[in-house]
Design a protein around this ligand. Structure first.
Ligand code: NAG
Ligand code: NAG
Ligand code: NAG
Ligand code: NAG
Length: 482
C-alpha cells in the first residue's frame, strides 16, 4: 500500500532531521496509519467507495452472448397445487438464552467464496465475469456425484427400538416440519438410502445419530443437559467400538440444524475438533464451527411440490423481507428501509400471505437474525425469488459445489444503506440470469420423503463424500490396550 510507506518514509526523514520532532511525529504517524488501515478495511469490505464510481458500468458487464443463452425457464415445473406455505417468519429461532448474539453490526468480509455486493467489482478484466454456471465445475461435480452415489458407505451406530433414548437416536416416524426439519429429514433419508452399510469395515464414515433438536425437547435432558449427553454418548461409543480411536473421530459425523448445537460439543471437544459437523449455524465467526472440515446444512422449511405460478407470477416489488427484529442487522435494515416504496421490510405479523410476497418480489432478503442461518434462502428459492444474503460470515450451504454468485446477491451489513442502489444496479440481463439459475438450484434445497437424486439429502452426502478421506491408524494390540 503506497500511502503508508510514503508516510513512514517522510516521518523517518523528519525524524533524522530533528529528534525533537519525533515526539510529535511518531504518535501522529501512528494515528494516520491507523486511519488509513481503517479506510483500507472499509475499502475492501464495503461497496461504499465503488458504487459511486463504478455504477455506470454495472449494467454493461454482462456479455450479450451469455445473456442471450440464458433460458427463462430451465427446469420443468409441475403444475402441482401451490403448496400452502407455512409462514416461516412466524417461527423464529428462539436462539439460546444466555449466549450473546454474534455482533454483526459492522462490516466484515463478504460471505463465502469471496463474492461481494453486486459481484462485479472486478469488471470486464476480472475472473468474476463469465462465471454464470450454477456449479463451480459441472463436469467434476457430475462425475464425482456418480462415483459418490455408487461407492459411498455410511455406518450408523445402531440403537434398539427399546433404547430409552430411541426418540433422540432413531429417525422420527412422522414427516418433519418447521424451521429445523433439515436435521430430521437427513436422518430419515439416510436410513432409507443405499448409502447405509451394516458392515463397519466397508464404511467410509460413521454417523452418530443423536438429534440435538430432540434432546432439547426431551425433559430428561433439556437445553442444560445436551452437553453432558453428547459427552457420554461419545465416551460410550469410544469404549464399545474400535472405530473412533482409529482416527480420533475424523471419520465420524453428526447433523444438527438447531442453533443450540453451536455449544453442544463444548464438553466433547474432540468432536468439535475432529469430527465432521454438518450444521445449519455455519459461520466463520463461531468458534465451534471449523470451515472446510465442517459442512453447512441448508435450513429449509419443507414444502412439497412446486408453486403453480412460480414462472408466471408478476414480480412488481423490488425486494421483500419479513421477520422478527431480533438482531442489530435486522434493526439496521428496518431503520433504513421501512418506509420505502420499493424495498419492503416488514416486521411483526404480515397481513398478506408470505407466499404471495415471495412470488411478487424480484429479490428476497435473507437477513441475519440470532444466527446467520434462517430458512429464508430456501424459501426464496422455492418461490423463484432471487436471494439477497445479508449475513456476514455465513458459510453458505453447498459452497463447495454451487457458485453462489450466479444465483444470489451477497450484501455486507455495512452496505444496507446502499441496498437499493445495489439491487437497481443489477441489469435486466443479469437478473434473468439470476432467475433462471434460481430455477436450476432450487432442487438442491428440497427434502423428500424418500431421497431423490440431487436433492438436499444427496447434496449433503456429496459434501460428506468430499470430506471422507482419513488416515486410519491400525489398532495393534498394544495401541488398543492402551
Ligand atoms: C444413484 O443411485 C441410485 C441407487 O443405486 C440410482 O437409482 C440412481 O440412478 C443413481 N443416480 C445417479 C445420478 O447415478
Ligand atoms: C452410555 O452407556 C451407559 C451404560 O450402558 C448408559 O446407561 C447411558 O445411557 C449411555 N449414555 C449415552 C448418552 O448414550
Ligand atoms: C479408545 O481410547 C480411549 C481413551 O484412550 C479408551 O478409554 C478406550 O477404551 C479405547 N477404546 C477401545 C475400544 O479400545
Ligand atoms: C418512517 O415513517 C415513520 C412514521 O411515519 C417516521 O417516524 C420515520 O422517521 C420514517 N423513517 C424513515 C427511515 O424515513
Amino acid at each position: 500500500m503506497a500511502p503508508p510507506s510514503l508516510l513512514l518514509h517522510y516521518s523517518q526523514r523528519r525524524l533524522s532531521h530533528s529528534t525533537r520532532g519525533g515526539f510529535f511525529f511518531v504518535p501522529t504517524t501512528l494515528a494516520l496509519l491507523t486511519s488509513l488501515l481503517i479506510l483500507f478495511y472499509l475499502f475492501t469490505t464495503s461497496n461504499i467507495f465503488f458504487l459511486h464510481y463504478r455504477r455506470p458500468t454495472l449494467t454493461l458487464e454482462m456479455p450479450k452472448l451469455l445473456s442471450s443463452g440464458v433460458a427463462r425457464r430451465s427446469s420443468p415445473v409441475s403444475p402441482d397445487g401451490g403448496a400452502a406455505a407455512g409462514s416461516s417468519p412466524g417461527e423464529e429461532s428462539p436462539g439460546a438464552a444466555g449466549r450473546p448474539a454474534v455482533a454483526g453490526g459492522s462490516g466484515g468480509r463478504g460471505v463465502n467464496a469471496g463474492q461481494r455486493g453486486s459481484g462485479d467489482r472486478f469488471g470486464p478484466s476480472g475472473n468474476h465475469v463469465n462465471n454464470n454456471d450454477v456449479y463451480h465445475n459441472r463436469d467434476v461435480f457430475e462425475k464425482d456425484y456418480r462415483e459418490m452415489n455408487r461407492s459411498f458407505k455410511i455406518y450408523v451406530y445402531p440403537h434398539r427400538r427399546d433404547d430409552p433414548f430411541a426418540n433422540v437416536l432413531l429417525p422420527v416416524t412422522f414427516e418433519p416440519g418447521g424451521n429445523y426439519a433439515s436435521e430430521s429429514y437427513f436422518k430419515k433419508s439416510l436410513m432409507k438410502s443405499h448409502f447405509i452399510t451394516k458392515d463397519p469395515t466397508e464404511a467410509d464414515l460413521f454417523f452418530m445419530p443423536f438429534s440435538i433438536a430432540r434432546l432439547r425437547h426431551d425433559p430428561r435432558v433439556g437445553v442444560a443437559g445436551i452437553q453432558d449427553y453428547v459427552r457420554d454418548y461419545v465416551l460410550n461409543i469410544t469404549r464399545r467400538y474400535p472405530y473412533w480411536n482409529r482416527t480420533g473421530g475424523a471419520d465420524h459425523f453428526y447433523v444438527a440444524c438447531h442453533s443450540i448445537s453451536r455449544s453442544a460439543m463444548d464438553k466433547a471437544s474432540e468432536v468439535k475438533m475432529n469430527a465432521i459437523q454438518v450444521v445449519c449455524s455455519s459461520s466463520y465467526f463461531l468458534p465451534g464451527y471449523i470451515t472446510h472440515k465442517d459442512a453447512s446444512l441448508p435450513q429449509v422449511w419443507p414444502r412439497q411440490g412446486d408453486p403453480s405460478n412460480i414462472i408466471s407470477s408478476k414480480r412488481n416489488k423490488l425486494a421483500f423481507f419479513a421477520g422478527g427484529i431480533n438482531s442489530p442487522v435486522r434493526e439496521k435494515l428496518v431503520k433504513a428501509w421501512r418506509n420505502d416504496s420499493e424495498i419492503f421490510a416488514h416486521y411483526g405479523r404480515l397481513t398478506t400471505p408470505y407466499s404471495d410476497e415471495l412470488l411478487g418480489s424480484k429479490f428476497c432478503l435473507h437477513v441475519k437474525g440470532f444466527e446467520v442461518n434462517t430458512a429464508r434462502i430456501a424459501d426464496s428459492l422455492y418461490y423463484g425469488c432471487v436471494p439477497v444474503i445479508i449475513a456476514n460470515h455465513y458459510d453458505l450451504p453447498f459452497a463447495d459445489i454451487l457458485n453462489w454468485k450466479s444465483f444470489s446477491v451477497v450484501v455486507a451489513t455495512l452496505d444496507i444503506p446502499l441496498l437499493k442502489r445495489i439491487l437497481k444496479g443489477v441489469s435486466s440481463d443479469k437478473f434473468s440470469m439470476f432467475q433462471s439459475n434460481v430455477m436450476k438450484v432450487r432442487k438442491h434445497f428440497q427434502w423428500h420423503p424418500s431421497p431423490v437424486d440431487y436433492d438436499a439429502f444427496c447434496m449433503v452426502m456429496y459434501e460428506l463424500w468430499l470430506r471422507r478421506s482419513t488416515i486410519r491408524v491400525p489398532l495393534t494390540a498394544s495401541f488398543g490396550s492402551n
